[in-house]
Design a protein around this ligand. Structure first.
Ligand code: F6P
Length: 327
């Protein structure tokens, strides 16, 4: 597409490890194809404020290994208004920008989708969130790193849990999705895993913990996704367990934002690099209103309308495995 001469890139929503590698891949693809590239700071907020900076291949050096996003990120309410989006469009026109790459999660894609249709402006998305909750892609950037962070943290918790014969409730991120809890729970050897996609009730949890104790387990870990119904108030859940199973000594750990930081894993760096190149390729093929995804190891384009449908599917096979190995 010869009419795409200048491409802008921004990061939006909650940051995730590998966003820098994705920006780098977009910038370097632009350089490779002899296109100009502009970085937009603070996501859609910077798009509305005109916070732009031209980037060349060298301006993204030493970034592939760094967590966070050097372009900064924001959750921007103003972009939900027509007036905000109009100001954003004016800024893109003034800078003679022909297309936009949005690196973020499903909330950012909703904004990008509305904007792209409103002004007929070419936009491509790159899925980047630790939650792995976007439809149409097997993986999102940052998810693998977050899993490894969680597993390492729970390994440490296991040491102290075991020393004191304690039960630990560990809350992990995942606003509406249990992917982190389920996979990290299996990886870290949790006794029980509570996820928003499957509510088995408190009684099931008590029965399971009681069985564990009777089978000779001395310490236990329960991993809980922050969006899970039973675990929503983790301190209250801890009290409930403590008062019903007095033989347990219960402790709570909320892992919080450490899950979003740190150097990206190799998997996330490679995924981000492939998706960054894929985004520029898609724009130059004339595609718009699509997200770059990965399915069965292949890079694909998915319409935004599909990507924003929400992804609450959980692999039942994983739940079966978790149940079997925690016996
Ligand atoms: O969407 C990613 C995520 O990390 C969720 O898991 C979490 O609920 C949310 O962002 C936290 O957002 P914030 O950093 O804005 O509090």
């Amino acid at each position: 597409m010869d009419n795409i001469r200048k491409i802008a890139v921004l990061t939006s929503g909650g940051d995730s490890p590998g966003m820098n590698a994705a920006i780098r891949a977009v910038v370097r693809s632009c350089a490779y194809y002899n296109r100009k590239c502009v970085g937009i700071y603070r996501g859609f907020a910077g798009l509305i404020d005109g916070d732009f900076k031209e980037l060349d291949a060298r301006s993204v050096k030493n970034l592939v290994n760094r967590g966070g996003t050097f372009l900064k990120s924001a959750r921007c309410k103003e972009f939900r208004t027509e007036e905000g989006r109009k100001r954003a469009m004016d800024n893109l026109q003034n800078e003679k920008i022909d297309a936009l790459v949005v690196i973020g999660g499903d909330g950012s894609f909703v904004g990008a989708y509305v904007f792209s249709r409103e002004f007929g402006f070419p936009v491509v998305g790159i899925p980047s969130t630790i939650d792995n909750d976007i439809n149409g892609t097997d993986f999102t950037i940052g998810y693998d790193t977050a899993l490894n962070t969680v597993v390492q943290a729970i390994d440490k918790i296991r040491d102290t849990a075991n020393s004191h014969n304690r039960l630990f409730l560990v809350e992990v991120m995942g606003r509406d999705a249990g992917d982190i809890a389920l996979n990290a729970g299996i990886g870290a050897g949790a006794e029980e895993i509570l996820i928003p996609e499957q509510n088995r009730g408190r009684e099931h949890l008590l029965e399971s913990l009681d069985r564990s104790k009777k089978s000779g387990k001395t310490s236990s870990i329960v991993v809980i996704a922050e969006g899970d119904q039973i675990g929503k108030n983790i301190l209250e859940l801890a009290d409930f367990i403590q008062s019903n199973l007095t033989e347990y000594e219960v402790r709570v750990t909320v892992l919080g934002h450490i899950q979003r930081g740190g150097a990206p894993s190799c998997y996330d760096r490679v995924l981000a690099s492939r998706m960054g190149v894929g985004a520029v390729d898609a724009l130059l093929r004339g595609e718009t209103n699509v997200m770059i995804g990965i399915m069965h190891t292949k890079i694909i384009s998915v319409p935004f309308s599909e990507a924003i449908k929400g992804n609450n599917d959980i692999d039942m096979e994983l739940i079966r495995v978790a149940d079997i190995i925690s016996i």
